[in-house]
Write a protein that binds this ligand. Sequence first.
Ligand code: BJW
Length: 250
Amino acid sequence: YRERMTNVLDEVLEVARDARRVVVLTGAGISAESGLATFRDPEDGLWNRYDPMQLASIDAWDEDPEMVWAWYLWRFERHHQVEPNAGHRALADWEEGADVLVVTQNVDDLHERGGSSDVVHLHGNLSAFRCSDCERPYTDRVDVPHEPVERLAPPSCPACGGLVRPGVVWFGEMLPPDAFDRAVEEVQSADLVLTVGTSGIVAPASLLPRFAGARGVPVIEINPNPTEHSDEVTHVWRAPAASALPALVQ
Ligand code: BJW
């Protein structure tokens, strides 16, 4: 078994070294070692009684915008408290030797802060606040409470009075079409696709590795746990992102 694993690793390292055009699909797991909770392993605290999958939906917002706003502001605050990790930085370093496009489902800015220059956000950016009615960007300062709270009134849009919402894509909403179209195009024409720290449960992002595979593009999964992608990728590397990615890129 050990020998087989070594061979797999050698192969993975070789594929990665030879690739000129790389697309890396990332999910919450790449930010886990920075201290941000993933969706399906929530951290302790005020919000651990709630299911993120329920909170991250247009239905939750329609029903209880104050609760959804409080959750997002708490996460907004967490984003400012954490730093990119060695996994994010390795992807930026890779740009020295290859064209690297990061396609992330994450709504944090850790890839950008880690130095990646080309990042597509399939599920938006938490801090790109906008009006939920007229869609205008909301650029006023957003007040974050010092203590986490369970409910908080969202600000009103100065133009139309509508409720201000986070700039994310909720269940039941369309992905930004430009972002998804570009991701589809790039995974199909890449030399290598990596999927890192995503459970592969959420569509349509979950289709991207399959699109790559259908064109014969090798796909490497980096994840300590099995995922929905595990059976359809060409290589699996069961390791945390912050140790696997630096080893892959060095
Ligand atoms: C590590 C690690 C370490 C840990 N290193 N790894 C029925 C069937 C099929 C589809 C549907 C259906 N009903 C509805 C749908 C469509 C729906 C969908 O996919 N639902 C599924 C749940 C079934 N999709 C949508 O609604 C999308 N829109 C759409 O389809 O539009 C068309 C349409 C319109 C109208 C009606 C119907 C269709 C939109 C999806 C938007 C998803 N939004 C969220 C929230 C974003 C904002 C926010 O952050 O709050 O995006 S949900 C949440 O899941 C978030 C994430 O980006 C996304 C993916 O999660 P991710 O990143 O994979 O995280 P986890 O937690 O799942 O996994 C973490 C992984 O990391 C694990 O594997 C760990 O092992 C690993 N890990 N530590 C590496 N150190």
